[in-house]
Ligand binder design. Structure first.
Ligand SMILES: NC(=O)c1ccc[n+]([C@@H]2O[C@H](COP(=O)([O-])OP(=O)(O)OC[C@H]3O[C@@H](n4cnc5c(N)ncnc54)[C@H](OP(=O)(O)O)[C@@H]3O)[C@@H](O)[C@H]2O)c1
Length: 279
């Protein structure tokens, strides 16, 4: 049995689907299983990472696990319960911000994901880390603005990324969970093209049949405003990561294609798949 943690989120949901499509036995963890809306073939179980007593039942009979974690979540109870249940393989969705071999990680996002990677290694289970940078789902943050007009106002219009489709992450996760040769591997996953934020807005507009524009905002006030309702260190880490990409094409690699046998989906494809999120 394969347990997917974070199964109702963007990456977990697609991974549940990919495993179901591959005919694998899947269990999905959710705090609210009654509203999980996952494929009928998946067994949806109740469990809360902050309530350790709920984890042992969810892990009974599980040998492999895909881990998508909310930022900052303490993983010790889960990894302890997983070891006790006999989980032998863990695939973790990590971050491209992690710097291998650094005495100190550069920011809180890198530090958190690095800490989880270390904890997963320490379990003694077979592990694979999937590191992603700016996935295409980050564009969903523009949906609210685009309901009120055709201009996205944000800082760092020239920041670049190679946005990856969540279905490609899921396809790699499913392969790492169910096929051999992925143990002890760190995969940096990218989409097929380097695009600036402004170019992503233009492509999104093409998919939506709208002429969308990008208006550059000064980053300082936006950082300050976002820090009022989100962890300030997290906001600064995110913005610093974006700022560092301005003027530099994002790395594009062939990892998704090598592992899944098909080229990663384009951003245009992602936008077409997500039209309803912007309507
Ligand atoms: N976006 C990025 O730029 C980026 C970059 C690199 C890595 N990542 C990784 O992707 C993660 C986010 O993935 P996502 O977008 O798929 O997540 P998401 O859509 O925000 O979903 C969060 C998931 O976490 C589950 N969850 C939250 N609190 C829980 C708890 N206490 N116990 C059990 N489950 C809990 C939710 O399940 P229920 O609500 O059903 O319980 C849900 O399935 C990040 O935290 C990071 O590790 C993101």
């Amino acid at each position: 049995m394969i347990l997917v943690v974070g199964a109702t989120g963007h990456f977990g949901r697609e991974t549940v689907q990919a495993l179901v499509d591959a005919g694998q036995p899947v269990r999905a963890l959710s705090r609210t299983p009654e509203s999980a809306a996952l494929p009928a073939e998946a067994e949806v179980v109740g469990g809360d990472l902050t309530r350790p007593s709920t984890l042992a039942p969810a892990l009974a009979g599980v040998t492999r696990m895909f881990l998508v974690l909310p930022y900052g979540m303490d993983t010790a109870p889960l990894l302890r319960a997983a070891a006790e249940a006999g989980v032998r393989r863990i695939v973790f969705l990590s971050s491209g911000a992690v710097v291998d071999g650094a005495a100190e990680q550069p920011d809180v996002i890198a530090a958190y994901h690095h800490e989880v990677e270390q904890a997963v290694r320490a379990t003694g289970a077979e592990w694979t880390f999937l590191r992603i940078f700016f996935p295409a789902i980050n564009s969903l943050s523009m949906a609210m603005q685009l309901k009120g007009g055709d201009i996205v106002r944000a800082p760092y219009g020239e920041a670049t990324s190679a946005p990856i489709h969540e279905q490609d992450v899921a396809a790699v996760a499913a392969a790492a969970l169910t096929t051999d040769g992925h143990t002890g591997k760190i995969y940096d996953l990218t989409g097929p093209q380097s695009l600036t934020q402004a170019e992503q807005v233009r492509l999104l507009g093409e998919a939506l049949g709208r002429r969308l524009g990008f208006e550059e905002l000064d980053a300082g006030p936006v950082r300050e405003q976002m820090s009022r309702f989100m962890d300030g260190d997290f906001v600064n880490a995110l913005f610093d990561l974006m700022e560092a990409t301005v003027g530099k094409p994002a790395t594009v690699n062939d990892v998704v294609e090598r592992i899944t046998g098909r080229a990663p989906r384009t951003y245009a494809q992602w936008a077409a798949d997500h039209k309803a999120d912007f309507s």
